[in-house]
Write a protein that binds this ligand. Structure first.
Ligand SMILES: Cc1cc2nc3c(=O)[nH]c(=O)nc-3n(C[C@H](O)[C@H](O)[C@H](O)COP(=O)(O)OP(=O)(O)OC[C@H]3O[C@@H](n4cnc5c(N)ncnc54)[C@H](O)[C@@H]3O)c2cc1C
Length: 301
């Protein structure tokens, strides 16, 4: 495909062969065949249409904090909404665009006296990524606060969805199959100073438990129902395991960190070793939480 297939008005925003590693928190991965940074809804719609017309896969990039991009990179279009970050509070609701950082949303809620989303403090990435992954932790998940979402559906239609029309699961949602553009988040009335303190407490708990200063994509595997993936990984003796530059964190078994020079193939190999060991020890088949680009089936234990 040539750049000419992109509508003229977004052509200057299309970059060929852009390296993706720096756009991910793992700092790993090859280039995107085409990379587009959208600034408006029209940019997003034009990019989706161009992908469909040219038969190219479309990948949406948020903060890259839950992503493992393969060393060969990604064919097709990688669409970033980093140019769409508007946040507007009204009453106990906030209208926020998908490219805004989740931490900015949490701060805006606290500033506007909106209680609830402080439970998401410390989760890296964008609001769009959080909705696609149904990000959350021990105090709740983003689905708890969603009033509505505007997205482009997998069929290419611009739609407004109420909460009841959206299926969220554990670290998953139907929204990952389309492009989230913006959402309305709803909390309850709260007191500014208390909300700031609450967000700080949640953040500090996370900092104490997770290797935040290292390159990672957060939890590698989903927790099996009612169990902790990290505990299984510890008990299977995986802590500290290494493949090339990839290592199972000494601080949190479910984090795989890039020690600086890891390749995606090192991370994948280490993930498979962990899956194998946990399956042999406990008969438990760990499923990846981290999204792998382009999609790849890991060991079916
Ligand atoms: C140190 C660390 C701690 C973490 N702690 C937590 C935690 O406590 N809880 C938790 O749930 N996660 C955690 N994570 C994982 C990650 O931060 C979340 O999954 C986050 O919500 C991903 O958002 P993102 O914008 O970075 O998405 P990305 O990693 O860029 O993308 C993830 C998926 O979302 C899709 N996506 C992104 N934007 C959109 C959009 N606009 N429309 C449609 N699909 C989209 C992508 O295509 C991809 O499939 C952690 C990660 C790190 C590095």
């Amino acid at each position: 495909m040539s750049m000419l297939a992109f509508p003229r008005r977004i052509r200057d925003r299309v970059q060929g062969g852009l390296p993706l590693a720096k756009l991910t928190t793992l700092r790993i991965g090859g280039p995107a065949q085409y990379f587009v940074e959208a600034r408006t809804l029209r940019d997003v719609a034009d990019t989706c249409a161009a992908a469909r017309e040219c038969g190219l896969p479309l990948h949406v990039l948020g903060g890259g904090s839950n992503l493992l991009v393969c060393d060969e990179g990604v064919q097709g279009i990688v669409l970033s909404l980093h140019g769409m970050k508007r946040i507007q509070a009204f009453g106990t609701k906030v209208q926020v665009q998908a490219g805004a950082n989740l931490s900015a949303l949490v701060a805006a809620c606290s500033a506007a006296g909106i209680a609830g989303p402080q439970s998401l403090a410390g989760i890296p990435g964008t609001v769009g990524g959080a909705l696609a992954m149904n990000a959350g932790g021990r105090y709740g998940e983003i689905a708890d606060y969603v009033a509505s979402v505007i997205w482009i559906s997998p069929e290419g239609d611009l739609q407004s969805l109420y909460r009841e029309e959206i299926t969220f699961g554990y670290r998953s949602s139907m929204l990952r199959s389309g492009v989230v553009i913006e959402t309305v988040i709803e909390g309850t009335a709260g007191e500014h100073a208390q909300l700031v303190a609450r967000a700080r407490t949640v953040l500090q708990e996370k900092l104490a438990a997770q290797p935040y200063s290292e390159f990672s994509a957060g939890c590698t595997f989903k927790n099996p129902k009612g169990q902790s993936a990290g505990r299984y990984i510890d008990q299977a003796g995986c802590k500290g395991l290494m493949v090339g530059g990839a290592k199972v964190s000494d601080r949190h078994g479910n984090f795989i960190v890039n020690r600086g020079d890891a390749k995606a193939s090192d991370i994948l190999e280490l993930m498979q070793q962990v899956q194998r060991r946990v399956f042999e020890a406990f008969g438990v088949s760990l499923q990846p939480e981290v999204q792998i680009w382009p999609g790849r089936v890991l060991l079916a234990a």
